[in-house]
Ligand binder design. Structure first.
Ligand SMILES: *Cc1c(COP(=O)(O)O)cnc(C)c1O
Length: 481
């Protein structure tokens, strides 16, 4: 029983809703059952009916929404929404190339293909094909890492935070680690050097001051409890002015004279000198090893351009202690990123091709005229789509922008870039207008992430190599949400 259709405010009563089994016999629902099976569809149908019943009890359910075919349609939408992945591809127009919140480095094609090929069935993850005996997963990348960095030995773990934790635990648990006060870094996401020391069961001994640390500061702090000297790359900040730090080449002989190892947490870990491509130079693991470090750790998904990983390279002795430490088993790398890491490292055997083969490096070195051309190509399409969706509420212009490498790499350097600035045309409510636009862009099928700065929404085009990924979906801006 429903109210007559002439009444525009007709509402349904709870008893107008069908029972669960009747809803599931609707043709639309039956098709869903055939495709997805009973558990998911019946569960969503039950939830849908409960929601509609509550609306009906409150007198807020339009009669049309209680109709069987409307319910079947709503059920299909619920099932599709439940099955839609939470993790989705987005367009990174923030201007930060290695964006931690957006998944950091992009994997190279060869890494993606190798990953897929090796994951489709069993593989020799820990199986030695030459002898038929049990193998070690480290051996998949150890030789490559040693060749690329000049290290004697290498091991890999889940990420660089794990690499640092494991290094400290394996080499200094229950003893003291000396670190300069100028290097007690916090990396985003609660990685703080003093806390890592504590988790690893080591005692942190701070030396020097925030701005200046001298060799004799380390020398004086060494005693019979000392197990390790550690250098931490201040990757996400810069101390400028009256500063002094002790470099690895100076510190290594100080450590070694007392029989102590020196470890370096490098953070970003470029494997090649980025100044070849006009980018600022980051310290390389090979430089750290040549300077006398016993252990160097760095990330796989920052400047290296690979999957999440913590790479540890160093002397045979130090790496063996790290590898044999029981915590290694809990922090070990999964076969998925390991496959991607091997293929990524292999790209470094052909350094001349690196800027084409490695997407992150390709984006970091993308010529400014190409970025400007993308901005010019998108501008008219975006302006037209905004006009259709919002009236004349926004105006779009091509602008020069300053991007950054990201992920704590080279924090003070800026990458000259270009993009679009979207300005609300209204005199007031600019903040709200910008938030509404940013939200509409995030609701696109492939969400678009820009940044709001000084009453403008900025879309940096450095990471948009294919403009149609953006323009082809702009028609959806006008769709109701
Ligand atoms: C990024 C970074 C880390 C953490 O590395 P993840 O791979 O993110 O775990 C540790 N130390 C430094 C200096 C870093 O820059």
């Amino acid at each position: 029983m429903t109210a007559p259709p002439s009444c525009p405010l007709a509402t349904a009563r709870p008893q107008d809703l069908p029972a669960l089994d009747r809803l599931l016999r609707q043709p639309g629902a039956a098709a869903l059952l055939a495709e997805h099976g009973h558990s998911l569809v019946a569960g969503q149908a039950r939830a849908l009916l409960a929601e509609r019943r509550a609306q009906a009890v409150a007198g807020q359910l339009p009669a049309s929404a209680a109709q069987p075919d409307a319910l079947a349609q709503a059920l299909a939408a619920r099932v599709a929404a439940r099955l839609a992945p939470r993790m989705r591809p987005v367009l990174n127009l923030t201007g930060t190339v290695i964006h931690t919140n957006l998944g950091r480095a992009l994997l190279a094609d060869s890494a993606l293909q190798h990953l897929l090929a090796v994951m489709q069935g069993p593989n020799n993850l820990e199986y030695d094909l030459a002898t038929g005996a049990r193998g070690d997963r480290d051996s998949i990348v150890e030789e490559l890492l040693c060749q690329l960095t000049g290290a004697e030995a290498a091991t890999v773990v889940n990420n660089n935070a794990a690499a640092v934790l494991l290094t400290i635990a394996a080499l200094a648990r229950g003893r003291e680690v000396i670190v300069s006060r100028g290097e007690l870094v916090e990396i985003g996401g609660a990685f703080r050097m003093p806390d890592v020391m504590e988790s690893a069961g080591a005692r942190l001994v701070e030396v020097g001051t925030t701005n200046r640390t001298h060799p004799h500061d380390y020398e004086r702090a060494i005693n019979e409890r000392t197990a390790l000297l550690m250098k931490v790359h201040t990757s996400n900040y810069a101390v400028q002015g009256f500063t002094r730090a002790v470099d690895e080449a100076t510190l290594a002989p100080i450590a070694h004279a007392r029989g102590l190892p020196l470890a370096s947490d490098l953070g970003a870990g470029a494997l090649v000198d980025m100044s070849h491509w006009g980018l600022p130079r980051e310290p390389l693991p090979q430089d750290m090893l040549a300077a006398g470090c016993d252990v160097v750790s760095f990330s796989g998904d920052k400047l290296l351009g690979g999957p999440q990983a913590g790479l540890i390279v160093g002397t045979r002795e130090a790496v063996a202690r790290i590898r044999q430490f029981p915590m290694k088993r809990a922090l070990r790398m999964s076969k998925l990123p390991l496959a991607a890491l091997e293929a990524t490292l292999a790209l470094y055997l052909r350094p001349e091709r690196l800027a084409q083969d490695l997407p992150t490096l390709r984006l970091l070195t993308r010529p400014l005229p190409a970025i400007e051309a993308t901005a010019r190509a998108v501008l008219p399409v975006l302006q037209a789509a905004l006009n259709v969706a919002f009236g004349e509420r926004y105006s779009v212009q091509c602008v020069p922008l300053q991007g950054q490498i990201g992920s704590g790499s080279l924090p003070v350097e800026r990458l000259p870039s270009a993009g679009l600035a979207i300005t609300p045309t209204g005199k007031s409510g600019k903040g709200r207008a910008l938030d509404a636009l940013a939200q509409a862009l995030r609701r696109l099928p492939r969400p678009v992430i820009g940044r709001i700065s000084q009453d403008q929404l900025l879309l940096d085009m450095r990471c948009l190599e294919d403009a149609t990924q953006l323009t082809a979906q702009l028609g959806d801006l006008a769709l109701p949400h």
